[in-house]
Design a protein around this ligand. Structure first.
Ligand code: C5P
Length: 233
């Protein structure tokens, strides 16, 4: 199974994004994540441009709507030739299956499709008092992951601390993509439950997503290389 470090391109403009990518030598093309900020600012052209530069792309737009709408939107995203994209498992099995169908290209290939279970910003209190879900957080996350797996999805976005349990429940071939990764002794920022790349590599994470520890580093290329060394071992 492929293991890799994905850099979160959390920049507001095309210019800042390309300036960052220009730091990397021509033979090193990191897997990158384009999220809502950059996509909504620049539109699909930024995806095409970064793809044309030779990067693999995780398009992190977290779709959540009725099955027909999500299926049709996924078919548009798959034509953008992204490598990975996602949705909210809370949309239910019918939505996830429609997404998978929409994402599958006429030649049978498709980007990896992964599900967000519960956002890490949702705490136990919000789950119970606002979402009115009485089931404890861990079981909710595991159960949503199981629904995603049964719907044919490739994996989930999760905390590095949940990766091993998800593999246990859904099988080793079910991908875990984990943000919240920080270098030992580094600035944690607003992430609460963090893990080092080395520990994430030993905890069943297939892909780690790192933003600020790489994008804000004095030497981003060296920070990326360090993340790869530590995560891939
Ligand atoms: O800068 P940092 O390493 O914290 O970036 C993590 C990236 O992963 C951000 O793009 C953030 O939006 C995303 N993410 C996250 N936690 C989640 C889901 C996505 O940090 N639960």
């Amino acid at each position: 199974m492929a293991k890799d470090v994905i850099i979160a391109l959390d920049f507001p403009t095309r210019e800042e994004t390309l300036k960052f990518l220009d730091l990397f030598p021509a033979d090193a093309k990191p897997f990158v994540k384009i999220g809502m900020e950059l996509y909504y600012a620049e539109g699909p052209s930024i995806v095409r441009e970064i793809k044309a530069r030779g990067h693999r792309i995780f398009l992190d737009l977290k779709l959540h709507d009725i099955p027909n709408t999500v299926g049709r939107a996924m078919s548009v995203l798959s034509e953008l030739d992204v490598d990975m994209t996602n949705l909210h498992a809370a949309g239910g099995s019918a939505m996830m299956q429609a997404a998978l169908k929409g994402l599958t290209r006429s030649d049978g290939t498709k980007p990896l499709l992964i599900a967000v279970t519960q956002l890490t910003s949702t705490d136990a209190e919000t789950l119970k008092n606002e979402l009115l879900i009485e089931t404890p957080m861990t079981e909710t996350v595991l159960s949503y992951a199981e629904n995603a797996s049964k719907s044919g999805l490739d994996g989930v976005v999760c905390s590095p601390l949940e990766a091993a349990q998800i593999k246990e429940r859904c099988g080793n071939g079910f991908f875990t993509v984990t943000p919240g990764v920080r270098f030992a002794g580094g600035d944690v920022g607003d992430q609460k439950r963090v893990m080092t790349p080395e520990k994430a590599g030993k905890s069943g994470c297939d892909y780690i997503v790192m933003g600020r520890p790489i994008t804000q580093a004095a030497d981003p290329v060296e920070a990326y290389r360090r993340a790869c060394r530590e995560f891939l071992g």
